[in-house]
Design a protein around this ligand. Structure first.
Ligand SMILES: C[S@@+](CC[C@H](N)C(=O)[O-])C[C@H]1O[C@@H](n2cnc3c(N)ncnc32)[C@H](O)[C@@H]1O
Length: 208
């Protein structure tokens, strides 16, 4: 049931996935459902609803990612980072959250799915000092844009980008961007069968 529903949702997008990637995404939803009660991972309880609200909502960001190294900050149970890592095995993803249970969940799923392009890190983002900077900093349902940019300013490499998934366009939050930050564009995202607006705010960082 989950697999055929996912295939019909994917058919409404331009995304081309392999059989392995589809089966990994189905397993991810099954694991979210299995561990949700114990780990309080998401308020979405119905696995069919998770396909739209978590999996498709994450995957639609994929065509916009430029570069090879990404960090998903405030990833929770790995959203959008895990779906993006599954369909981009050639890119590296650090999934960061301050809550240990969520990081434990991500590590279990990576082990189960044999994902070798994901590193899960438990830390507050303000304190996290990576050995190597990132081409992109991704976030969904994490913080206001201003807070995200303040707390994560140290993470992108020169010419790196911020990718913030938002409902409504956060126009006020785009005023007075810090030095070196520039709004590149706001993409309107189409998530099959999801009610409400979705936007991807892309901000460029050029080191002053
Ligand atoms: C509302 S959840 C969103 C989770 C996921 N991104 C999603 O879209 O479902 C926000 C997450 O951010 C994490 N978080 C909040 N402040 C943080 C911080 N300063 N550093 C790291 N993680 C943080 C919380 O633990 C929580 O898992």
């Amino acid at each position: 049931m989950l697999k055929s529903r996912l295939e019909s949702l994917l058919a409404q997008t331009s995304l081309q996935l392999t059989e392995l990637q589809i089966s990994q995404l189905v397993t991810l939803v099954e694991q979210l459902d299995k561990w949700n009660k114990a780990y309080n991972l998401t308020s979405v309880r119905d696995p069919m609803e998770m396909l739209v609200k978590h999996i498709l909502d994450s995957l639609v960001v994929s065509p916009y990612l430029q570069g090879e190294r990404f960090i998903d900050v405030g990833t929770g149970p790995g959203l959008p980072g895990l779906p993006l890592a599954i369909i981009n095995p050639d890119k590296q993803f650090v999934l960061l959250d301050s809550l240990g249970k969520r990081i434990t969940f991500i590590r279990q799923v990576c082990h189960l799915l044999k994902l070798d392009n994901v590193t899960a890190v438990q830390s507050r983002v303000e304190k996290y000092q990576p050995e190597q900077l990132f081409d992109g900093v991704i976030s969904r349902a994490f913080a206001s844009l201003q807070d995200m940019l303040n707390w994560c300013y140290h993470l992108p490499a020169n010419n790196g980008k911020f990718y913030a998934l938002k409902g409504l366009v956060p126009e006020q939050e785009l005023e007075n961007l810090a030095e070196g930050l520039k709004l590149q564009r706001i993409e309107s995202l189409v998530v099959p069968e999801l009610e409400g607006q979705r936007h991807l705010v892309i901000i460029d960082k050029n080191n002053p």
